[in-house]
Write a protein of this length. Structure first.
Length: 596
RNA sequence: GGUUCCGUAGCUCAGUUGGAUAGAGCAACAGCCUUCUAAGCUGUGGGUCCCAGGUUCGAAUCCUGGCGGAAUCACCA
């Protein structure tokens, strides 16, 4: 049982003794004691005054007396204003470290196979252009949230829903037919997704010219868009595709294949993988049936032109179109279908969608409609909404060429890592293969940490002019700290100090105690992070740990320490710090090197 | 215009269900490597927590109203 809970329970017991039965737990507020005061945990007594009917100091004294009498962990206490600062017996902390080393406290909570799995959808790319920095945020959040939830003991399934059909795909196909000269990405020496993406750009540019020309001939913008030959051809191609035209489908397969080859490479670099990949081309019809059934059951309304709508008036929202007048489905119809499909596929406990906050409204509506249609699990659908990645000039705009390409930024990070490593004279005697791996790890660590340390809900800024840092509050700083621990462990092993031994009777410095207390908090940081769907909590925590360790490292030698117990304590404290860092970074989807 | 989200140091960001004197990094300046990795450590300066009210023992945090920014409100996805 964690210590806070124990104190909480004990305080509640005290209140019952003094004031009779009641539910006091909610009034008990325990937090870390602030740096400036003596103590480890602090009870805020103000909320208790109403039941205790005492002055703050008096009440605090009473509780303090009770705690130090009834809990052997409590060594003493002091009262300042309405705050009861509780001092925990240092021996309790040191024994925690011995225990943590033996019991593998950091292992994931045991997974109960009876718990229905949490389905996390993320990535969900379109197959008409390569991934950019916004997708990177999405993918990193997806991985990290999955791992964090898994660490709390729930089974997790990662799924991807690929948008592999539609007018935008037809545009790239058409452009390639017209101007591609039958060339393949391999022949062109271009990564598949970029290759296909360039045809999308080509299409849009040519279309723009056509529209301009039509406009100069007196067409309205809308008219011009409808009449442009390229648009008409693209629509014709979509019709062919939907009718299963062999040649069209074949081209579609080929070009999507090129894109997937490209995506795979990017995914591999980012460490992204899925338990199941859905393709919209397989699922886009499933929503239609559900909507038609809903209409029959009178849950939806049909207008004179045959279009089908959901009336969300009750929720003070407008009506929402679900089927066009020609009977075809729209985006949200497909999402209704895939939600049902997914729920049935996995018997899902929760269904999380990592999708940008530009779709907040969409998911609100989706959940309401699912509820209206009678799916009692609609409550389990959760939109994990995250903010946009902005550039100094605002949003990334593909039209203005300000998109930060995912592959570019990945290779830039690796190059920077490589350059810095060389400049600092690191990895001297390390074999070439490990060296390359470490450099990659550091580049990716920098990128991942940079993105995940920001609260997901907030928009974040990326300035391409200033490259991502490798000093200070960064991934490499945390990785470096881990490498330091590893180096120390190697030296200790060579000196014959055994990590499996425990220690007794150590008089900790305040720095050592602070670090140890911080490590103790790790599991509750993870649960909080899972509850909030926020990897940023883990990221900021592990940074604090690394910083604290470096301070400890600076003036607490291990090898040169003569007291055997102190030496053993410091080594174990280091080893455990290393474990916490490694695990926390894993939860962020990042790796840590043993040397750098 | 309606709805939702955001506003904290020059810049990028923390700030756990309301708790004690609001913190980091970067940038600037000044120090520390014959001593377990200097991608490190130490120090200095830097604030109207957007503004105004309200709730209470106590507000960066909750409520109301402004101001500023973003997203969204399609028979697009």
């Amino acid at each position: 049982m964690i210590l806070e809970k124990k104190i909480e329970r004990e305080v509640a017991r005290y209140l019952e003794l003094k004031c009779g039965k009641g539910n006091y737990k909610e009034l008990v507020n325990i937090q870390k004691t602030r740096q400036e005061f003596t103590g480890d945990m602090t009870l805020v007594v103000f909320p208790l005054l109403r039941v205790l009917k005492q002055k703050p100091e008096e009440a605090a004294e009473g509780i303090g007396d009770h705690l130090s009498g009834s809990m052997e962990e409590v060594r003493s206490y002091n009262v300042i204003k309405g705050f009861l600062n509780i001092e925990i017996d240092p021996a309790w902390w040191t024994s925690y470290l011995n225990r943590a080393m033996k019991e593998d406290i950091l292992a994931d909570k045991r997974r109960d196979s009876k718990i229905p799995p949490v389905i996390v959808e993320f990535s969900s790319p379109n197959t008409n252009k390569p991934l950019h920095l916004g997708h990177i945020r999405n993918n990193l959040l997806g991985i990290s949230i999955s791992r964090i939830i898994e660490a709390t003991g729930k089974p997790v399934r990662k799924v991807n829903l690929v948008n592999d059909r539609g007018i935008h795909i037809c545009k790239t196909m058409l452009a390639w037919q017209k101007w591609g000269k039958n060339i393949t990405p391999v022949e062109a020496g271009v990564k598949g997704d970029h290759f296909v993406g360039s045809f999308y750009v080509m299409f849009e540019q040519s279309l723009k010219k056509e529209i301009k020309k039509l406009e100069s001939e007196g067409c309205s913008e809308e008219e011009a868009f409808q009449k442009a030959p390229l648009m008409q051809e693209a629509r014709e191609m979509l019709r062919k595709w939907e009718n299963g035209d062999e040649e069209t489908v074949k081209l579609w397969r080929t070009m999507n294949g090129w894109v997937y080859d490209g995506f795979d490479e990017t995914y591999r670099a980012l460490g992204v993988s899925f338990n199941k990949v859905y393709y919209e081309s397989d699922t886009y019809m499933t929503g239609k049936k559900i909507v038609e059934e809903g209409l029959e059951r009178g849950l939806l309304i049909q207008k004179e032109d045959n279009s089908v709508w959901a009336d969300l008036g009750e929720h003070s929202l407008d009506e929402k179109l679900l089927l066009r007048s020609d009977g075809t489905s729209v985006y949200i119809t497909q999402d209704i279908g895939t939600a049902v499909l997914r729920h049935d596929d996995f018997n899902a406990g929760e269904m999380l969608y990592v999708v940008g906050n530009e779709q907040d409204y969409h998911f609100r509506v989706l959940q309401i409609i699912l509820k209206e249609l009678g799916y009692e699990w609609a409550e389990k659908v959760k939109h994990i909404s995250y903010g946009m990645v902005e550039l100094p000039g605002g949003r990334m705009k593909s039209r203005e060429g300000t998109v930060v390409d995912a592959d570019d930024i990945i290779s830039e990070m690796e190059e920077t890592a490589h350059r810095l490593s060389a400049e600092l004279g690191k990895l001297g005697g390390v074999p070439e293969e490990e060296r390359r791996e470490v450099v990659k790890m550091i580049g990716m660590g920098a990128l991942k940490y940079f993105i995940l340390k920001v609260d997901p809900r907030k928009n974040m800024l990326f300035n391409p002019e200033e490259s991502i840092d490798f000093n200070g509050n960064t991934g490499p700083f945390i990785q470096y700290t881990h490498a330091r621990v590893c180096s120390l462990r190697r030296k200790c092993r060579d000196a014959g100090i055994n990590e499996d031994d425990s220690f007794t009777g150590v008089d900790m410095s305040s720095k050592e105690l602070k670090l140890l207390k911080m490590l103790y908090e790790f599991p509750s940081v993870v649960s909080q992070s899972a509850a909030d769907y926020s990897p940023a909590l883990v990221a900021n925590y592990v940074y604090e740990v690394a910083k604290e360790y470096n301070q400890f490292y600076h003036d607490h030698p291990v090898l040169r320490e003569s007291d055997r117990d102190v030496q053993q304590f410091r080594l174990l404290l280091s080893v455990y710090t290393g474990k916490v860092i490694k695990k926390a970074m894993y939860l962020l989807g990042a790796e840590v090197p043993e040397r750098m």
